[in-house]
Design a protein around this ligand. Structure first.
Ligand SMILES: Cc1ncc(C[n+]2csc(CCOP(=O)(O)OP(=O)(O)O)c2C)c(N)n1
Length: 613
């Protein structure tokens, strides 16, 4: 596929430019919509399913008219975007759902300050937890903050609602949240685009009573926020994003997001209240709809968000009694719900499920520099406070070397608590990736240094944000646009925070890594070990001399299998009732770690191999 938008303009007649339809994912369509709305500043932190939004914005802007950055975390990203909007530039901030927790401090109060130029906050939720640590429904957070919420159901709406969101934001002087779900973000659809543009800057206007949230000023801004919500509700009543589709009056379904499409397929004849602008709830529209149908059912993914608000209006409404409150609400779950509700008959209906796919558990890549440190941590009997990144896979077999993982950056603070609990059964080690360390680990390391906590922090520095596809960060030496950038010196940062024991190790040297961890654990204070091998997949693919197994030397001890390396598989040969192993030379990256675990030196570099030029 061509880069979305990059070559989309075709000349229909001399002088006129008509953008032709594009096949876009929801995320690409949001980026497209932002460019069409004239976005000037975009910031955010990577996180599935939101990551492609900023990456597409960069591709759509070869002329660099938009300032785009990967921020150190979502709060910084929202601060950047809010500051830009207050400075008069239309701004976008993109993150996954849990990112809004990180940004929540700014988010809640941005509803008081307002924005001046349009500010759109994209929250990409992940029902079903395809790649997340929880499946919180951010509609609840948006309502809590008192800001408007738009929920596109497909790529065309992702583009349209983004454009609409910028206008709404500017008209009502409020950040607008555009909430997608994984299906909307990642499914592709045809989009009719408009022309790209850069909105004129509105300039900054000094107004401390609006922008400096001292209690005295904030009190009146809270009232402004509440009055604005009433105005927004009036807007939602007549918004084209909300509509009643009258059909059979025996059943009325209230729904939003992609679930709308599933409902339309399953009960095509029903009346539907479709909410694209779902907060504040257009209560008059909901009452009108309820009055026009005999039975009112809400079909919504995750929380009973609409259902409870409708019930609070005194309406006789059903919903979660039939539909699950957890997991993705796909067509089959909705069909079963309608069967339970007696809306459709079970008999004769084929289940709407795809043929089962073969389950492939996630694994660390061949040559992943995260493997050996966890093997070493197991050897020293550490209690490992883990974090979120590729390395979280070390929690599962065969490494099975991680004891806790909760939220990004939590490893260090939780290690402090584990160390202070007195209950740890071994040396306490926090393990954290470089991107996560910069995201939320730094303040916790300062805390550990400040209180002289006896523990070890292992920073797994692979030079990138690997888990989300290799995005840059402040220690990666590069920006989202690929420009060279200053690189944070991680050992120097740790020393500056007051850590006395700081050591850099090569994680491909198993013995050195284990020794360093043992010494760090023996140090009577706070110690930091930093690994220094780049990710084998990004930004460049690291491929060195592959290894092979000398079958006659393999005694089938299977130690190497503890690495969980996908390149090591069972061979057809046996030794004393156990299977020998072999190495796939195509996927082996030549990291040498398996050879270091082999007691008979049966693993050697593939003879006759030379690095292709
Ligand atoms: C608050 C929050 N933001 C974003 C994410 C998505 N995410 C998961 S791990 C991760 C960073 C991984 O990078 P790093 O710590 O360097 O480890 P690596 O994957 O490179 O080993 C990100 C951005 C998340 N889970 N939570």
């Amino acid at each position: 596929m061509t880069a979305p938008g990059a070559s989309s303009e075709v000349r229909a007649s001399p002088g006129a430019v008509t953008p032709r339809p594009l096949l876009l994912s929801g995320n690409e369509a949001i980026a497209r919509g932002a460019r069409e709305a004239g976005v000037r500043v975009a910031a955010g932190y990577p996180g599935t399913p939101s990551t492609e939004i900023l990456e597409t914005l960069v591709r759509l802007d070869p002329g660099r008219q938009v300032y785009v950055e990967w921020s150190t975390n979502e709060k910084v990203g929202l601060d950047v975007a809010l500051g830009a909007a207050i400075g008069g530039a239309r701004a976008l901030c993109a993150m996954k759902h849990v990112g809004l927790n990180v940004a929540a401090d700014t988010f809640m109060t941005s509803a008081y300050t307002g924005v001046r130029a349009g500010l759109v906050v994209v929250s990409a939720d992940d029902p079903g937890m395809h790649s997340s640590q929880n499946e919180q429904d951010n509609r609840v957070l948006v309502r809590f903050a008192g800001v408007p919420l738009l929920e596109p159901a497909d790529s065309q709406e992702a583009r349209d609602f983004t454009v609409h969101a910028f206008d709404l934001s500017e008209r009502f002087d409020v950040p607008v949240v555009l909430r997608t779900t994984t299906r909307v973000s990642h499914a592709r659809g045809i989009v009719a685009p408009g022309p790209l543009r850069v909105a004129p800057g509105l300039g900054f206007q000094r107004n401390p009573a609006k922008l400096v949230m001292l209690p005295g000023f904030a009190r009146s801004r809270h009232r402004v926020m509440l009055e604005r919500l009433e105005a927004l509700e009036r807007e939602a009543e007549t918004s084209p994003l909300n509509r009643i589709e009258w059909g059979d009056r025996a059943l009325g379904v209230v729904t939003s997001s992609i679930v709308y499409h599933y409902v339309r397929e399953l009960v095509p004849g029903a009346s539907v209240l479709r909410l694209g602008f779902s907060h504040p709830l257009p209560r008059a529209l909901a009452r009108e709809f309820a009055a026009g149908v005999e039975r009112l059912i809400v079909v919504e993914e995750l929380e009973p968000f609409l259902e409870e608000q409708l019930r609070a209006l005194g309406l006789a409404v059903e919903g979660k009694a039939y539909f699950p409150r957890d997991g993705e609400l796909g067509p089959e779950a909705i069909r079963r719900g309608f069967v339970r509700a007696g809306v459709i008959a079970e008999a004769g209906e084929k289940p709407l499920v795809s043929p089962p796919t073969v389950t492939r558990p996630p694994v660390l890549c061949p040559g992943c520099p995260h493997v050996a440190p966890y093997l070493a941590l197991r050897q020293i009997g550490a209690v490992v406070s883990g974090d979120i990144g590729c390395y979280t896979l070390a929690a599962i077999e065969p490494l099975a070397a991680m004891d806790t993982t909760v939220a990004m950056g939590s490893s260090i603070g939780m290690a402090i608590g584990l160390a202070r609990s007195g209950g740890a059964t071994g040396p306490v080690v926090a393990t954290i990736g470089d991107s996560t360390f910069l995201h939320a680990g730094l303040p916790a390391l300062a805390d550990a240094a400040y209180h002289r906590t006896r523990m070890t922090v292992l920073i797994l520095d692979n030079g990138t944000t690997a888990m989300t596809g290799g995005q840059a960060h402040p220690a990666a030496g590069v920006t989202i646009r690929g420009d060279a950038a200053p690189t944070i010196d991680l050992p120097a940062v740790c020393r500056a925070l007051g850590v006395e024991f700081v050591r850099v190790v090569d994680p491909y040297d198993l013995a050195q890594t284990q020794l360093a961890l043992e010494q760090a654990a023996a140090f009577p204070g706070l110690s930091v070990i930093i690994t220094n091998r780049p990710c084998v997949e990004a930004p460049v693919k690291v491929r060195d001399q592959p290894y092979t197994v000398l079958a006659e030397q393999c005694i089938a001890c299977q130690y190497c299998m503890n690495l969980g390396c996908p390149s090591i598989t069972w061979s057809a040969e046996w030794h004393e009732g156990r299977r020998k192993v072999q190495i796939d030379p195509v996927t082996c990256t030549g990291c040498t770690v398996c050879a270091q675990t082999c007691p008979t030196e049966a693993m050697v570099g593939l003879p006759g191999w030379s690095k292709p030029r």
